[in-house]
Every structure is written in structure tokens, then in C-alpha cells.
Design a binder for this molecule. Structure first.
Ligand SMILES: [Zn+2]
Length: 204
């Protein structure tokens, strides 16, 4: 398992390329912008893209999806149905992403020999999910290094955010924390220093 990370777009969304370098396939997580740059980064990995996985439906995480699916011949795109315009979301912040497949709590997606598990972690948006694969947690805008995602947009809820943070904080063992914006971290460090995660764990 090999993970490449590149911040894209004006608000620097962290896009990740998750590779099974043995099977030579990869998934692209949250291609928010700069399709051309993402496609070049994927090419450099030598792995063929097999899926686009979205942590949630906000425009800054989905902006390059249409261009990449066109380029990659209709590769499947996964997004929780709770974050699609079909679910009645504001299209300015949840622009429609055509042809998405729904995924939800307990689902898995295979990337070569890797298994990506879907954990529903609402709070930032109704359909926010965290993707767990091996030692990595792709947290989207749920858990940030030292902080958490905003809860004041449509479908946001601080109560749900705290429950989601608690759930992540209680996962046994340590994980690499790969958030949707800003610095990367690990779960032990966040348990020790992140005031929101600490609050969530205290309130249990
Ligand atoms: Zn967001």
C-alpha cells in the first residue's frame, strides 16, 4: 500500500492516491480540483485508476471528478447518497456528480488487494464518511490535525460531529490521519492534543 498526497485548488483540498503497487491499481480520493495535475500524479505511480472515492459531496472535494471520469472512461465514483443534490442538498455547495454509486456504513470497496472500509461519520455534512484502509484513515472534513471540520453548513451538526470524533477516537490502535485539508497527523497525537477529539472522548 502506497499513498500519494497532493493539495489541490484554491482552498488546498488534500487529494490522495491510494495504490496497491503489487496489483498496479489505485483509487483517487477527493479529487477537488486540478484534474490535469492529479492525472499526471496518477500516471507517475504506474498504477491504473479503478475508482474515485469521495469523503463527502462538497464542491471543493468533487470539482475534478467529471474531467477525470471522462478521461478514465467512466470509472466508478462513490459518494454517500445523503450528500447528493438528489437528497435535496444546496447545489452550490453540493454540485451534482453524475453517475455516482452510493456507499454507506459497513460497505467496502476493493482497490486491487486492498480493502477500503466505509465508516459513516456525519457532522460536517450528512453524508460524510471516513475511509479506513490498513493503517490509514482518510477523514475528509471530519477530523483535522488539531481541529475538526465546520458544522455550520447545510446538514452539519456539532452533536453528530462529536459522536463521529468519539467513534474515530475509540478505534483501537494508532492510525495515520489523512484529513481533507491541512496537515497530516496520527490518531495517538490527536487523542493527546486535539481539543475537539478530547472533548468528544470526555463526554462519553
Ligand atoms: Zn467539506
Amino acid at each position: 500500500m502506497e499513498i500519494t498526497y497532493l493539495p489541490v485548488g484554491p482552498i488546498e483540498t488534500n487529494c490522495y492516491i491510494l495504490c496497491d503497487e503489487t496489483a498496479k491499481v489505485c483509487a483517487v480520493i477527493d479529487p477537488g480540483d486540478e484534474a490535469e495535475r492529479i492525472a499526471s500524479a496518477v500516471e507517475r505511480t504506474g498504477c491504473a485508476p479503478c475508482a474515485i472515492l469521495l469523503t463527502h459531496g462538497h464542491y471543493d472535494h468533487t470539482g475534478a471528478v467529471a474531467e477525470l471520469t471522462a478521461r478514465w472512461g467512466g470509472i466508478p465514483v462513490y459518494l454517500s447518497r445523503r450528500d447528493t443534490a438528489v437528497g435535496g442538498c444546496d447545489p452550490r455547495i453540493f454540485p451534482p456528480v453524475p453517475g455516482t454509486r452510493d456507499y454507506d456504513e459497513g460497505d467496502t470497496v476493493s482497490v486491487g488487494g486492498l480493502t477500503v472500509e466505509i465508516l459513516a461519520t456525519p457532522g460536517h455534512s450528512r453524508g460524510s464518511v471516513t475511509l479506513r484502509c490498513g493503517y490509514a484513515l482518510f477523514c475528509g472534513d471530519t477530523l483535522f490535525a488539531g481541529s475538526c471540520g465546520r458544522t455550520d453548513l447545510q446538514g452539519g451538526s456539532m452533536e453528530e460531529m462529536l459522536a463521529s470524533l468519539r467513534r474515530l477516537g475509540k478505534l483501537p490502535g494508532n492510525y495515520q490521519v489523512l484529513p481533507g485539508h491541512m496537515d497530516l497527523s496520527d490518531l495517538d497525537r490527536e487523542r493527546a492534543w486535539n481539543p475537539y477529539l478530547r472533548q468528544a472522548l470526555r463526554e462519553d
